[in-house]
Design a protein around this ligand. Sequence first.
Ligand code: GA4
Length: 329
Amino acid sequence: MVVLANPPVVDQIPLLRSPGPADYFSAIPVVDLSSPGAARAVVDACERFGFFKVVNHGVATETMDRAEAEAVRFFAQAQADKDRAGPAYPFGYGSKRIGLNGDMGWLEYILLAVDSASVSDACAVPSSAAFRNALNEYIAGVRNVATRVLEAMAEGLGIAPVDALSAMVKEQGSDQVFRVNHYPPCPALQGLGCSATGFGEHTDPQLVSVLRCNGTSGLQIALQDGARQWVSVPSDRDAFFVNVGDSLQVLTNGRFRSVKHRVVTNSLKSRVSFIYFAGPQLAQRIAPLPQLLGEGEESLYKEFTWGDYKKAAYKTRLGDNRLSPFEKF
Ligand code: GA4
């Protein structure tokens, strides 16, 4: 048998089948955040897919465009200049390596901590005032969207008070992370029917993640009905996409599912995405909300805090099931 090696440029990066037109999923739920039906629509989408698109979110197009333009300018710098903004851990610029345990993707990124509603002073990156200001304006907007989405979830689930979930991510000291990803095109694979993995399959750890991307598609989610099927999410630069994370799956005792997702690199166009990860304080207990447990219904999970989860998460590979150590059954 002849085993063909990956072309040298994508050495060590797993390849995926290139998505075709039939892989695009047009049935992604769309939630109009300004409509009275938003709460019900959010809950329905979280139960069915753990994923939905948000429109009429109130964040100005200029805010998104300015942050994107500054990100493009940052990534267009010489490699040596970008490397000076590294390493990625705990916060800063990184390239190809994801996490600490050998995962690789065809991307470069900036990982940042968010304090209250802006980039934490603990992050030296980005050093450009224009980029930092643009990100801060964007973060204030996207954080507000996350809050409203979490309130809609509580309302739709019939939980009181309505800030039962959103307060966890708004409290002083909550663990909020922000990531800017740049997936350069990978022309070496053009016409081969395969694409470089941009970001390998995983679930997000936090309550929710709110993503915005430029006009280049690449995000795929795994449908949860029966046999696993990867579908491509059509890009929409004017909307946000929301993922349910592992913590919210536990808080709802599995009623909302944390969605597996990944990014496939385009061979010709670069993709830029911003993701805001809404996590709680380290000491926050992650357990099903009592109001969601039916009579006699038990938690599916052992007791743990967000700090316990995080500590364990950094020992895992991207594609691992990070909730399995906490499952009771
Ligand atoms: C996945 C979601 C976010 O991008 C992230 C990632 C984090 C990292 O890049 O440092 C992790 C990954 C993510 C989960 C498991 C660990 C930690 C890489 C990795 C292998 C910032 C996050 O919070 O968890």
